[in-house]
Design a protein around this ligand. Structure first.
Ligand code: GTP
Ligand code: MG
Length: 698
């Protein structure tokens, strides 16, 4: 396979709202460039970039994947990213390794929720943007309406460089406003035929071209002067000015397509090559490996090599596939590199260029190129690979923390180990899930970005690793504690026949501050309990406190002091004192005014300001305490503390209340007392469960 220089590479990520046509567009780009011989269709499950079985079944991209094509001697690396909210982290990761975002927009719907999010993310990274107005063949598609909504929701910089020829089903080509030529496309292979601007579009095209020229002039002081002098710009000034304005983000050129009908694709390819930066034009940001200071480096394929790992794919057969961007120097097949992040050495096998899941081996990949390598030993997403002399490291992609947990139960006994191995692999592939056993409830918890994310993960577990599990809402890890100090007595005595048992202790219990768990104090003087039996008393109290008193949850945040007792020279033994400790604990609980504690979460909600009032009202209903509110543009950020038990169904509520515009994040904050009227419900539920278990055991 050919080796490309940075100057002849364009790295783009296709981003935008789900259903805008990103995957279909990738399929059209690959077909029209002759990269593949069959025109892949999302609806038939035959696209290159949605290759995963789960993606084919659901007709949605669930994970970013790469493909590449060649156009006018330029290699275009494209990353197709998911548009669904639960999977947006992958879009974020992809944006870190490309030089421009191609924002795909449905011409019927205009700007949608994820369009805005991708836009903002690209803005934060300083990425130039190209807008693809897709699905122009659909009923009610409208450039004017879509443009107005994009300018309102995303940026005034969105500027058409084409207008469509024909509307809705009759959409058949575009007028290029720079060349002032008409292009119509053959649906068979996308090929364009060039002609003059049709008479009925001449006025519209001229007006749109004038608007474009004005936008280009406004983006540059020197051009602005020229524009005022001459009343217009020359063709050369327009072409060069448009490119500069796109690179600086002052203009986001908009082109017109139908990815499904294969219209407008060659003109889009031209726009990618002409207006978007090459892989060598934007200096890369890195951290000095020794000092951690931010540094920038020019992209050059000479000098020490370095690469940044932005994604890992877990294939049950091929093993781990590592996706990276070569940042500096040239990476060679069959060489060794230093994993700077883990300080280990990795032996690289064949370097590959991926067409979806299909690799082509390449001898080397130069700075700016994207590639993959299989079977690395211990390299994971966010790692830096380099020559030892490179002396740099790339900042990690901040992946979203999970917001929601489900308990998972193996369908067949003995599958737990298999699940754990498979989940480990899936965690490598998807840094936004967590899999762990809850230390208190002992449940296996799978946490992710939302219900759909968790369902998809479970489906992958089944398809790829052959293990089936059931999902249930997680148990709330309640706890119990005491609110009063008291003294108590426990005596275990069994002295009828055979070897006797005798243990006897007096204890004092008192509440401790939240988070103190349990403290045991030995305050025995004068041998009322022999030394060797004191640990048995402690063990007895420990066991009993972990079994709970009110509803079976561990009792925490108290101190137990053993201060007196008695023994029998023959009948006393460890077991007897353990039982005495348990009995003393139960006796204490009866008078120490026990209560139930629940976990409270710190919740942060982002939503358009219009919804703020309703969302706060709802949080009150969930026993939430609002701790702060903040406006960021048209978004309101609400911070609150809400009991975990009230947040289990929050995702569904937020999605329906805000039409998918809201997002939230939560993390554990502290334990707090459950209001009395809810305690009785928890106690009743615990009793019912115990009764149920007893029945099951019979
Ligand atoms: N009529 C028409 N349908 C299109 C066009 N582009 C895509 N579609 C259809 O729209 C649906 C969604 O297309 P996808 O390419 O999967 O959309 P996506 O943006 O990748 O969606 P996610 O992967 O969920 O983010 C599919 O049924 C496509 O066939 C188009 O230009 N015209
Ligand atoms: Mg897709």
């Amino acid at each position: 396979m050919k080796v490309y220089d940075a100057a002849n590479i364009r790295n783009i990520a296709l981003g935008g709202h789900s259903g805008a046509g990103k995957t279909q567009l990738a399929a059209a780009l690959l077909y029209d460039t002759g990269t593949v011989s069959r025109f892949g269709k999302v609806d038939d499950g035959t696209t290159v970039t949605d290759y995963d079985e789960e993606e084919i079944a659901r007709k949605h991209t669930l994970s970013a994947s790469t493909a590449w094509c060649e156009w006018r001697k330029t290699k275009i690396n494209l990353i197709d990213t998911p548009g669904m909210a639960n999977f947006l982290s992958d879009a974020r990761a992809a944006l870190r390794v490309v030089d421009a975002a191609v924002v795909v927009v449905d011409a019927v719907a205009g700007a949608e929720v994820q369009t805005e999010k991708v836009w903002a993310e690209a803005d934060g990274l300083g990425l130039p943007r190209l807008v693809v107005l897709n699905r122009l063949d659909r009923d009610r598609a409208s450039l004017e309406r879509a443009l107005a909504s994009l300018r309102e929701a995303c940026s005034r910089a969105v500027t058409p460089v084409q207008i469509p020829i024909g509307e809705e089903k009759a959409f058949k080509g575009v007028v290029d406003l720079v060349a002032m030529k008409a292009y119509t496309f053959s649906a068979d292979n996308g090929a364009a035929s060039e002609g003059p601007v049709p008479g009925d579009l001449q006025d519209a095209a001229q007006a749109a071209r004038d608007a474009l020229i004005e936008m280009v002039a406004e983006a540059d002081d020197a051009l602005m002067e020229r524009f005022f002098e001459a009343g217009t710009l020359t063709q050369e000034e327009l072409v060069a000015g448009l490119r500069t304005a796109t690179m600086s983000g002052r203009i986001a050129p908009m082109v017109c397509t139908s990815a499904a009908a294969n219209i407008g694709i060659p003109a889009l390819l031209d726009a990618i090559v002409d207006y978007l930066p090459s892989a060598g034009e934007r200096p890369i940001k890195a951290l000095d490996a020794a000092s951690g200071q931010e540094i920038t480096r020019a992209v050059a394929d000479t000098g020490p090599c370095s690469a940044f790992v932005w994604k890992t794919v877990a294939d049950p057969f091929a093993g781990r596939v590592t996706l990276f961007r070569v940042m500096t120097g040239t990476l060679k097949s069959d060489s060794s590199v230093h994993n700077v992040t883990r300080d280990t050495t990795e032996r690289l096998g064949h370097l590959m260029s991926m067409q979806g899941k299909t690799p082509t081996n390449v001898a080397e990949l130069r700075a700016g190129d994207l590639g993959a390598v299989a079977k690395l030993k211990d390299t994971l997403t966010n790692d830096t690979l380099s020559d030892r002399s490179a002396g740099l490291k790339f900042p990690a992609i901040p992946f979203a923390e999970p917001v929601l947990s489900y308990a998972i139960e193996p369908r067949s006994r003995g599958d737990e180990d298999k699940i754990s191995t498979a989940m480990h692999r899936l965690e490598e592939e998807d840094p936004t899930i967590r899999y762990a056993r809850d230390p208190q409830t002992k449940e296996l918890l799978l946490s992710g970005q939302g219900q759909l994310h968790i369902e998809v993960t479970v489906a992958k577990l089944k398809r790829r690793f052959g293990v089936e599990v059931n999902l249930k809402p997680p148990r709330i890890p309640y706890r119990e504690t005491i609110t009063a100090a008291t003294e108590a007595h426990g005596r275990h005595k069994k002295q009828t026949g055979g070897h006797g048992q005798f243990g006897d202790c007096k204890i004092r219990v008192e509440p401790l501050p939240r988070g103190s768990e349990f403290e045991f104090v030995d305050d025995i003087f004068g041998g009322s309990i022999p030394r060797q039996y004191v640990p048995a008393v402690e063990k007895g109290i420990q066991d009993a406190r972990l079994r709970g008193y009110l509803a079976g949850y561990p009792v925490v945040d108290f101190r137990a002091t053993v201060f007196d007792g008695s023994f029998h020279p023959v009948d006393s033994n460890e077991l007897s004192f353990k039982l005495a400790g348990s009995l003393a604990f139960k006796d204490a609980m009866a008078r120490a005014r026990p209560t139930i504690l629940e976990p409270v979460m710190n919740v942060e909600i982002h939503a358009p300001s219009d919804y703020a009032g309703d969302l706060m009202g709802d949080l009150n209903g969930r026993r939430g305490r609002i701790s702060g509110m903040d406006s960021r543009g048209s978004t309101t950020v609400i911070k609150a503390q809400v009991p975990m038990a009230e947040m289990l169904t929050y995702e569904q509520h937020l999605t329906s209340a805000t039409g998918g515009r809201g997002s939230y994040h939560m993390e554990y904050s502290h334990y707090d007392e459950v209001p009395a009227h809810l305690q009785s419900k928890i106690v009743a539920a615990a009793k019912a469960e115990r009764a149920g278990e007893a029945v099951e055991e019979v």
